[in-house]
Design a protein around this ligand. Sequence first.
Ligand SMILES: Nc1ncnc2c1ncn2[C@@H]1O[C@H](COP(=O)(O)OP(=O)(O)OP(=O)(O)O)[C@@H](O)[C@H]1O
Ligand SMILES: [Mg+2]
Length: 343
Amino acid sequence: MGPARVSRPAGMPPGGERRSPPQDESPLQVIGQLAGGIAHDFNNILGVIINYARFAQGAIPPGSPAAADIEEIRRAAERGVGLVRQLMILARREGGSTVVFDLNELITGLDGFLRSTIGEHIAVERRLDPGLWPLAEDPARIEQVLINLAVNARDAMPGGGALTFETGNAELGAAETAAYPGAEPGRFVRLLVSDTGVGMDGEVAARAFEPMFTTKAAGQGTGLGLATVYTIVTQAGGLVDLSSQPGRGTSIEIHLPASRNAPAASTRPTRAAPAGRGEAVLIAEDDEAVRRVAERILETAGYRISSCPGGVEALELLDDPANGFDLLLADVVMPGMRGDDLA
Ligand SMILES: Nc1ncnc2c1ncn2[C@@H]1O[C@H](COP(=O)(O)OP(=O)(O)OP(=O)(O)O)[C@@H](O)[C@H]1O
Ligand SMILES: [Mg+2]
């Protein structure tokens, strides 16, 4: 039996009838709308958990059993942040900023993440075309694609194996893009992410891009990884193909429209956290727990902090010249007055 090949989420069922792509499925839209409504609060809560976990980690000896427990708390909260981000992408709420960048650089920049998340038992190989055309996209979204594929590959290779990233340029004609809604013929950047893992049978492969389809145990997988990949790539005017065979591994091939512009100098500048020298900062934030976290971080970094719960209070403090603030840090959505109006 040859490998299963799937180029659309629900693919073509054997009858030849076409099913609609995942973002049109109404349960997903409902989830997206719900998530959109609570994402801001939810991210605040997770941010508070992550930051207090960090404070606690800094206050106890690294080797102690509590340090490991706190690390688990932090990781779980970070998984929550990742989940909200995926839901936002699926709900198309993520704005994102478009930058001209080099995909190779993004892949190379993932090194630290791969080492910590993928594990030593998996060899990571890169075959990156040095003359690669640039992309004009939100790098954070493309990074999400790389991460989701890498994590899937890891899960498919519990006993170890090889994860390969390959890039190259490709010109696709009308015949090649015809089957992909939203893709126009032209110049594409090709990305191939392959693993030597357990692979998928035809049934799993046909459903792999479906939102909330997972073969993983509860708590191990949400089934949003490939749905998010599909959404990001098709919204970018690209193509996704999956090829897999049980016991032989999986390859995900992605084509993203190339940009004719030259990439910006560097996608990710490496900056050291700036240290304050007693500058006066006013924090306006209605969520008390978030406000306290911000105060603590900035105080530790060497700033003088005043804070208040809203824009109206902030204006009063700003009006008093005795305060002499150097910087205002304001939440955008607050009762009474928006942070951007305040600024
Ligand atoms: N590289 C792979 N090798 C084998 N099976 C895969 C691979 N990638 C995806 N799958 C299969 O497709 C299913 C859906 O993948 P998807 O990434 O969408 O969700 P998940 O990994 O189960 O959960 P999540 O990504 O939300 O944590 C997986 O549960 C798995 O059965
Ligand atoms: Mg996944």
